[in-house]
Design a protein around this ligand. Structure first.
Ligand code: UD1
Length: 419
């Protein structure tokens, strides 16, 4: 097994190109099956979740080609109604294929996505929404079987602005008969990107980026070409890294408008953030400042996916910080390993109190989930000595090459083959 070894103490300087967005490209790849033709998607990140989605598309009859960071999907020969269990077990977000496969072939079966390392993550809102579009859904023997003789547009008010449920309903509504109105929809930038992609394919959508999305069903779509934007969570991870280590970094391609709340938080931690035509420039001249109270919220609030990376930076802030995790109930798994590295963190339910310490020290630690893994990398870069991070398969799900990026910025970080 490979692990990551980081030796702390270096400030970060230089510039890197931010990879394409994981959370945008996954539903976009899923959306490609709506069209009996070819879609070309540029700036796809080379991460294991994208590889998994490509394998799923292959397994249901798509012809998928990868040329550098471009993925070309020909979905004209779909021939399978069942998403293979091995992929559902590996990637929970394979649930996002329900909507488009229902739309395209009116029948789909998927094993029930089980628990997840960051919380229970039920799919009740997906199921409720699709049923409102006239789908029949049978939940039995750990299987979700969805069918519809005809999907019919409807008004759907989500109980919570779930990202996945908004995407699934949106995807099913594109080829439904009539008009669908999703209210209390999630407003995450990835949904805006999905809408842009669908519109490029010929879908009729209004209210893009708002909490009310209106979809007018169409009979068919056409070939299209789309470029995925820079990943706002990867951008935010590297901003948190600079806030922690100090230095000056240019994040090329980063989309400032998607990061307003994150930039405010990073600035309050002592950084100066400027946007330029090239991307975002982050400068940190001091140790990070403590953050009195930071709450995760649905977009445009502070993203849950950046809670752990920011927590890692706050471990060495002068003073106490409080985090409240409002989205996923089990998202403090990284705390145990940060404490092992010398952090002083107390967790009670949704609340984490971080009492800043003078420094962390290297240790052998283990990633338990994607963003917690990235947080350990940041902790390793500010720790005295060497940190070994194991179970890096979680990190590879969302970061194309975190060692390459941080080496470019001057960090001492490497993949080590375990013998
Ligand atoms: C997506 C992102 C993930 C991000 C999250 C919140 C992808 C691939 N993943 O996950 O990185 O952290 O948004 O921004 O885009 N819920 C229900 N019932 C449902 C659906 C969700 O109770 O049917 C709950 C979840 O358990 C969770 C909350 O709603 O507590 C938010 O989940 P949701 O917005 O759906 O997140 P995901 O789409 O799973």
């Amino acid at each position: 097994m490979t692990y990551i070894q980081v030796t702390g103490g270096k400030k970060l300087y230089g510039d890197i190109e931010v990879q394409g967005s994981k959370n945008a490209v996954l539903p976009i790849l899923a959306a490609s099956v709506l069209h009996s033709g070819v879609t070309t998607i540029h700036h796809c990140p080379d991460i294991s979740d994208v590889q998994c989605m490509i394998r799923i598309l292959d397994s249901i009859g798509c012809n998928v080609k990868k040329e550098g960071s471009t993925v070309i999907v020909d979905a004209s020969q779909l021939n399978n109604y069942r998403i293979p269990d091995e992929y559902v077990a590996r990637m929970r977000s394979s649930i996002i294929l329900l909507g488009p496969l229902l739309g395209r072939q009116h029948f789909v079966t998927i094993s029930y996505p089980g628990g997840c390392t960051i919380g229970a993550r039920p799919v009740d809102l997906h199921v409720k929404g699709l049923k409102r579009l006239n789908a029949e859904i049978i939940e039995a023997n750990d299987l979700l079987t969805c069918m519809a003789t005809k999907l019919l547009g409807s008004e759907i008010k989500l109980d919570f602005p779930s990202v996945g449920a908004t995407e699934n309903i949106l995807l099913a509504a594109v080829l439904a008969e009539g008009t669908t109105i999703i209210s209390n929809a999630a407003k995450e930038p990835e949904i805006e990107e999905l809408c842009e992609f669908l519109i490029c394919m010929g879908a009729k959508i209004e209210g893009v980026g708002t909490e009310t999305i209106v979809i007018q069903g169409v009979d068919s779509l056409h070939d299209c070409e789309y470029t995925v934007k820079a990943d706002r969570i990867v951008t935010g991870t590297y901003m948190a890294a600079v806030a922690a280590t100090g230095g000056k970094v240019i994040l090329r391609g980063a989309v400032e408008t998607y990061l307003e709340e994150v930039i405010e938080v990073i600035n309050r931690m002592g950084c100066i953030t400027q946007s330029s035509p090239e991307g975002i420039v982050v400068t940190q001249k001091s140790k990070p400042k403590a953050y009195d109270l930071l709450r995760t919220r649905p977009y445009p609030g502070f993203p849950t996916d950046l809670q752990s990376p920011v927590m890692a930076a706050l471990t060495i802030a002068k003073g106490n910080s409080i985090l409240i995790e409002n989205i996923f109930e089990a998202r403090y798994k990284v705390v145990k390993d940060l404490v092992k590295m010398g952090a002083n963190i107390e967790v009670e339910g949704k609340i984490a109190i971080i009492r800043g310490v003078a420094s962390l020290h290297g240790a052998s630690v283990k990633a338990h989930e994607l963003r917690g893994g990235a947080a350990l990398v940041i902790a390793g870069m500010i720790a005295k000595g060497t940190t070994d991070i194991h179970s890096i398969e979680y990190i590879l799900r969302g970061y194309e090459d975190i060692c390459r990026d941080l080496q470019t910025l001057g960090a001492t970080i490497n993949y080590i083959e375990e013998t």
